[in-house]
Design a protein around this ligand. Structure first.
Ligand SMILES: Cc1cc2nc3c(=O)[nH]c(=O)nc-3n(C[C@H](O)[C@H](O)[C@H](O)COP(=O)(O)OP(=O)(O)OC[C@H]3O[C@@H](n4cnc5c(N)ncnc54)[C@H](O)[C@@H]3O)c2cc1C
Length: 481
């Protein structure tokens, strides 16, 4: 089949008739026509179509041999530094299409799958582990260009350190091991884009205490007993003027419920193995590969925010003020740091024993942890620069009415008419203040894990020995003097 078109993606999602619940009802009919999903499915389809644009073909796809069908670059397992560069460029083509606002553009999960497939050695020879199945599944996913969502974390009912002592009443767990496969009951915290992908990958996050929770598998989204229960939609409305971002990029997050879901053995990658669950996450390539994708996207998102900040400055003509300059400079510093950390991770990449090129972890950890803090600050800067402009944003229909000419006059900016000025500030509002925008901040803060625990990982894994030795040497010199 090779790389898909947007239309093929849309048809496939509509045919599934996945069990998706929103506003107290199960979605009936084509999900691509539902107001909560219309925009995001269209945007996702546009991304698939980019793989077919002739001038982008070498960036977005590759062929293993000259006569083989091309597959998505997002599935590439890098063997060289040039491959990492190709991966970055592919991510950034897709990210530019959504200004980096689609955290789950297909490259995110395709990267996760490539990371898993390149980590099968961690599972080899281990009890209840099936590396061959994972490899076969990766090949199947590449050749069919499948779309994925995923869910790793358990529901948030009790996060105390001693939570494992309590009876588990919510978490998805294996309740039966039968001839046909595993039976799963319970829930997982959430899946972004849950319900609008072909498949869902379910993995245990590290730190599992009970082997019934230690599993990994992938199943079609329409598997019997699997339910996606959506939150409230953050789509403002269908208008690209009034809701320029949420009408296109609202990805939706849904709670994932497993009502006695049968996972066939062919789709089980491991089960009942706590060590495998921990090792696969920590010793496999999930972290460095996924972080490389994430930081590549975040660079583009920061470029977009910088452009928006500067346009606000120009539109109300405030560039002469020193604090305005330093606020924009904050975004520039964030952008340049992310870019530098990303390139450092590629420059210092090393090839592992399996011949896979692994980007250096630490610069990527630092970049993503910094972004967890700087992204909410960037949106604050937009608000501080925009001030009342963020709320003097009448809807398009007001400009089309008989008072439109008054609005054009009274809301004019520096050398632009009211309608254009409001269009820009409406975009800023959607990015920083709407439900969609607030969720974007929460997403960047948490989607790759708790920022507090991430900074702990940085502290605990950073080698400081040479630095303390440096100080000791300096002290010895002082004494010698
Ligand atoms: C918008 C969004 C989209 C997401 N999409 C997905 C997805 O598609 N798939 C998926 O699997 N996950 C997804 N996630 C989940 C994400 O991985 C988690 O939010 C993240 O790992 C943090 O877990 P939590 O939300 O359960 O927070 P908690 O772990 O419940 O943390 C809540 C608070 O308690 C503190 N806390 C809790 N435990 C500790 C501890 N041990 N030590 C110190 N402090 C602690 C935290 O610092 C935090 O302040 C998404 C999250 C968001 C917000």
């Amino acid at each position: 089949m090779g790389v898909r078109t947007g239309d093929q993606y849309k048809k496939s999602i509509n045919q599934l008739k996945t069990d998706v619940w929103i506003k107290g009802e199960r979605i009936k009919g084509e999900i691509s026509e539902h107001p909560a999903f219309r925009g995001i499915i269209k945007s996702q389809a546009e991304l698939y179509d980019l793989q077919h644009v002739t001038r982008l073909q070498d960036k977005m796809t590759y062929a293993l041999t000259s006569d083989e069908e091309r597959i998505g670059m997002s599935y590439l397992i890098p063997k060289t530094r040039a491959d990492l560069e190709r991966r970055r460029e592919m991510v950034q083509v897709w990210a530019r299409h959504s200004a980096g606002l689609m955290g789950r553009s297909p490259d995110y999960m395709n990267t996760v799958l490539a990371a898993f497939a390149s980590s099968v050695h961690v599972l080899e020879g281990e009890q209840n582990c099936f590396p061959e199945r994972l490899k076969r599944f990766y090949e199947y996913a590449c050749s069919h260009d499948l779309s994925f969502t995923h869910t790793f974390v358990n529901p948030q009912n009790n996060r105390s350190k001693l939570a494992f002592i309590e009876e588990d009443v919510t978490n998805a767990r294996v309740v039966k091991r039968i001839e046909e496969g595993l039976v799963i009951r319970g829930a997982k915290l959430l899946a972004t884009q849950g319900g609008i992908t072909d498949e869902i990958i379910v993995f245990s996050s590290p730190g599992i205490q009970d082997k019934a929770h230690a599993f990994a598998f992938s199943i079609p989204s329409d598997t019997e007993g699997l339910k996606f229960i959506c939150r409230k939609s953050f789509v403002g409305d269908d208008s690209s003027y009034n809701s320029p971002l949420s009408s296109r990029f609202e990805e939706m997050d849904s709670i994932v419920v497993f009502d006695e879901v049968l996972v066939p053995w062919e789709r089980v990658f491991f089960y009942d193995n706590i060590k495998a669950a921990n090792d696969f996450y920590t010793k496999g390539n999930f972290v460095p590969f996924t972080l490389h994708q994430i930081v590549s996207r975040q660079v583009i998102k920061t470029e977009f925010i910088l452009g928006l900040a500067q346009m606000i400055v120009d539109t109300i003509n405030i560039s002469e003020y020193q604090h305005v300059q330093s606020k924009v400079a904050e975004i520039i510093k964030g952008l340049e740091s992310s870019k530098a950390l990303l390139l450092t991770s590629e420059k210092n990449a090393t090839r592992n024993a399996q011949g896979v090129m692994i980007p250096q972890r630490m610069p990527l950890y630092v970049a993503v942890n910094q972004f967890q803090e700087s992204y909410p600050r960037f949106t604050e800067i937009i608000q501080l620069l925009g001030a009342s402009g963020m709320v003097t944003i009448p809807e398009e229909v007001q400009f089309q009415s008989s008072i439109g000419s008054k609005l054009d006059h009274y809301l004019q900016g520096f050398e632009i008419k009211g309608r254009e000025r409001v269009e820009l500030f409406t975009l800023a509002f959607d990015l920083c203040m709407s439900g969609f925008g607030s969720r974007q901040s929460l997403y960047e803060r948490f989607f790759f894990g708790d920022p507090i625990r991430l900074s702990q990982i940085i502290y605990q894994t950073y080698q400081t020995d040479t630095h303390t030795a440096f100080v000791k040497k300096m002290l010895e010199k002082e004494q010698a003097d």
